[in-house]
Design a protein around this ligand. Structure first.
Ligand SMILES: *Cc1c(COP(=O)(O)O)cnc(C)c1O
Length: 421
């Protein structure tokens, strides 16, 4: 029996209505930018498996180091103990993070990184004897599926059963040139009550909202307003982190640096789940006390797993390498060239790009998980390209190691798909 058939017996997949979508493609191996299914078909991983495997699948530089680490130290409790992979990773990460980031807190995935950030912000004020219980977030943001992360997310159509179990969150529109004065006034009016603990945002690119982009200068102004009211800025860089925007972090396009940052996804190059919430000395210091209860009592069993830390460290070495930096430049230029030819296509209403992230909107209405979108996905897969449209948005966020030929194949397949629609 094929894996595809055996899968159906016991497995429950994420974000899936199994009655409508009983079948899942079984992938047996992956290398560089390619995925191979059990029939031996190959697919270019145009979204780097949700932007995790940015250095290519099974990158041997990373897997060799991971293999060595597995034989040296698999796991140890990270409360009361430490180890070289975590220490080295902290040094490497601090080296590339925005300059005000000083402290790293480990957890397991993007959602927990956001939950940690929210709890850190709430307790920061609590420890400073201020009662601040509100969080402000951007409309249409996506920050994960745990209760805290879900509360600050704006994509709520599928969250109906949980809407009464949310944190106290106020959402403001994503700023643009037209609405900016209004958004700014709304934000100031909220902050004036002095009960907003934090402002949570995906800097410059809202990933799950279909790679929606906003201008750095406008976000910048909101961040500087937060500062005036001692509201902590939480940059969720789970998607934007590690080179995808053309800088190491999207926050590095902004003058006001975040108080807290959330990292995951390509942090570990796809080797395993891990997340880090980073913060400043100032936030960290608010937790120092002779009173134990002022410490941060949050801890996941697998915090700073040495094997995954090793993968993350190797990934950062690759990210900083000339080869990957050159690849990033090549992909950026390649997307730009594609953009000039596709933006005037009669079926394209808008295109946008930041770094290696490229998105185009098709001018046909498509539901997020609707039929037309599914047809488009199937078309791509049949042509050997794994792209997962978000509603009517087709986006490319391929591994940095993708070849020029593979990129051209993605573009040609998108053009063929547009002609088919
Ligand atoms: C994917 C994502 C998350 C959630 O991460 P998980 O690892 O899926 O829990 C949070 N924030 C952003 C911006 C993301 O893209």
């Amino acid at each position: 029996m094929s894996l595809k058939t055996r899968d159906k017996k016991h497995l429950w997949h994420p974000l899936t209505q199994h009655q409508l979508h009983p079948e899942h493609i079984a992938i047996t191996r992956a290398k560089e930018a390619l995925l191979y299914d059990e029939q031996g078909n190959e697919y270019i991983d145009g979204i780097a498996s949700w932007y995790t495997c940015m250095y290519g699948h099974c990158n041997s530089y990373i897997t060799d180091k991971v293999h060595k680490q597995m034989q040296q130290l698999d796991h140890v409790v990270f409360t009361g103990f430490t180890h070289e992979p975590a220490v080295k990773l902290s040094e490497a990460l601090i080296d590339i993070l925005p300059s005000n980031q000083e402290k790293l807190f480990f957890s397991d995935n993007g959602s927990t990184a956001v939950d940690v950030a929210i709890k850190m912000a709430l307790q920061y004020h609590f420890n400073n004897n201020k009662k601040r219980s509100k969080i402000v977030a951007l409309e249409n943001g996506f920050h994960g599926d745990t209760f805290g992360a879900m509360s600050v997310s704006g994509l709520s159509v599928y969250n109906g059963p949980f809407k009464d179990f949310s944190l106290d969150v106020v959402r403001i529109p994503v700023p643009n040139k037209q609405n900016f004065e209004k958004v700014k006034q709304q934000y100031i009016a909220l902050l004036k009550h002095n009960d907003v603990a934090a402002f949570v945002y995906e800097p410059l690119v809202q990933g799950a909202a279909a790679m929606q982009m906003h201008e750095a200068t406008l976000l910048q102004e909101l961040l500087s307003i937060s500062k005036q009211y001692d509201t902590l800025n939480i940059a969720d860089e789970v998607m934007t982190g590690f080179g995808k925007t053309g800088k190491y972090f999207a926050s590095q396009y902004l003058d006001t640096l975040p108080d807290i940052m959330c990292l995951s996804k390509s942090l570990t190059a796809g080797i395993g789940p891990m997340a880090i919430t980073t913060t400043t000395q100032k936030v960290y210091d608010a937790f120092l006390s002779n009173d134990i209860a002022k410490g941060f009592f949050h801890g996941h069993t697998y915090s700073a797993n040495p094997i995954v830390c090793t993968a993350a460290l190797a990934a950062i070495e690759l990210l900083k390498s000339n080869k990957i930096q050159d690849n990033i430049k090549t992909i950026i230029a390649s997307h730009k060239a594609f953009n000039t030819r596709i933006k005037t296509h009669p079926k394209v209403s808008e295109t946008r790009q930041l770094g290696v992230i490229f998105a185009l909107d098709v001018n046909i209405v498509m539901e997020r998980y609707g039929n037309l979108r599914n047809q488009l996905f199937s078309f791509f897969m049949q042509h050997g390209v794994c792209l997962r449209p978000l509603g009517n948005t087709i986006y490319i966020l391929a591994p940095f190691v993708i070849t020029k030929t593979q990129l051209q194949k993605i573009y040609k397949t998108i053009e063929a798909a547009l002609d088919m629609l």
